[in-house]
Write a protein that binds this ligand. Structure first.
Ligand SMILES: [Zn+2]
Length: 147
């Protein structure tokens, strides 16, 4: 997806533009982080292009002030780049479809998750789409309540 700078500025909020197009980082423990923590089941999409990136299944609370996932739900929509800015070696994660900056991946921090990875993502560039209650899962819920 190729868009001009002007088109991005029109489509995105100034905060989203700063993160996606200028590799900015939102401040920790922001309003979006509060909202993120309260969100239930659903999927997280790129605010730039709508591609699915993560889901609530990979979400965990890392207490770091930014939305954290231990894995992506759609690896094909993400790409990683070695980032050596600020004198650190980090792995940057971007949306593959629109090349928007999302955050970084940290590894081996000792979180009790299946991957020991932390996708540290800016909440402002994630669009949450709640799961639609399907007939099947509704039936399952009913069965659970009966037990
Ligand atoms: Zn995107």
């Amino acid at each position: 997806m190729q868009k001009t700078d002007e088109e991005w500025r029109k489509q995105l909020t100034p905060g989203q533009y700063k993160i996606l197009r200028e590799h900015g980082t939102e401040r920790p423990f922001s309003d979006t982080y509060d909202k993120f923590k309260k969100q239930g089941k659903g999927t997280y999409h790129c605010a730039g292009c709508g591609a699915e990136l993560f889901s609530s299944r990979e979400k965990f609370d890392a207490h770091c002030g930014w939305p954290a996932f231990f894995d992506a739900s759609k690896h094909e929509n993400l790409k990683t780049i070695k980032d050596t800015s600020f004198g650190m070696v980090r792995v940057e994660v971007r949306c593959k479809k629109c090349n928007g900056h999302l955050g970084h991946i940290f590894e081996g921090e000792g979180f009790k998750t299946p991957t020991d990875q932390r996708y540290c993502i800016n909440g402002a560039v994630l669009k949450f789409v709640p799961d639609k209650p399907e007939a099947k899962s509704a039936a399952k819920e009913k069965a659970k309540k009966k037990q």
